[in-house]
Design a protein around this ligand. Structure first.
Ligand code: ZN
Length: 238
């Protein structure tokens, strides 16, 4: 009633008169409040109307962004790494695993133990017994000790290869390896299933084969063969 009377008085005396030729909502939905907050935070109103295309707005939002350095990398290499990850053709899940491993937020035993979510931070692989960190999972665990020709930096960041094609293949291969290692680790912990090295290799090559097929589809079989050397490793897939 008070609202009705108030509204009547306001209209009569012309206080806070509103244009009624467009829709009015007195309780702004939360979605629009979020948009308004976003607009104010990034000062989007300073952009001219003609500048409001997607690319310019993206650049404007990122103008004050600072790069967080990846563990053990300088700012230039970190920037290269984040750009690479952002633009990479990795499958979504592989990209997530790589992103989480770089940010040290992959839920390893150590990560969970620090937050009181598991009893011990020990790696579950038989005969290991070390703390299961991200580095341990992808590099230090006994299952990987046979790999002596690659360095820790190559496995973690996929940097250090100048050739563009080789660098791309390495990056995709690392994405596949990390995803499979993470899957194998989860199978061991949650389902008590031990996956052998041969099976792991099979799974990794299976994932890699998808990228090879994608290149065949995009270009042609000869170019894809030149990049992936599929004939050299296809006999390993069983
Ligand atoms: Zn281990």
């Amino acid at each position: 009633m008070i609202q009705y009377m108030g509204g009547w008085l306001f209209r009569r005396w012309g206080w806070q008169a509103r244009e009624l030729n467009r829709p009015v909502h007195f309780v702004v939905p939360k979605f629009y409040l979020c948009l308004q907050e976003f607009r104010e935070t990034y000062e989007l109103e300073k952009l001219g109307v003609e500048e409001k295309n997607k690319k310019v707005v993206k650049e404007w939002i990122r103008r004050n962004e600072c790069v967080s350095n990846a563990d053990g990398l300088n700012s230039d290499n970190s920037l290269r790494l984040w750009k690479k990850l952002q633009k990479s053709e990795l499958a979504k899940r592989q990209r997530d695993v790589v992103w989480m491993s770089l940010h040290k937020c992959l839920p390893t035993r150590e990560f969970l133990w620090k937050r009181g979510l598991c009893r011990a931070a020990v790696c579950q692989v038989e005969g290991c017994g070390d703390t299961e960190t991200v580095e341990h999972l992808f590099w230090g665990c006994v299952e990987l000790c046979g790999l002596e020709t690659v360095t820790w930096g190559t496995i973690m960041f996929g940097l250090g290869v100048a050739d563009k094609v080789k660098s791309r293949v390495l990056w995709l291969l690392l994405g596949c390896i990390k995803e499979i290692l993470w899957d194998v680790r989860n199978l061991l912990i949650f389902k008590n299933q031990v996956i052998g090295k041969e099976m792991c290799l099979n799974m990794i090559l299976g994932k890699l084969y998808v990228y090879y097929l994608r290149d065949v589809y995009r270009s042609n079989a000869t170019d894809a063969e030149g990049i992936w050397k599929y004939k050299k490793w296809r006999f390993l897939i069983k």
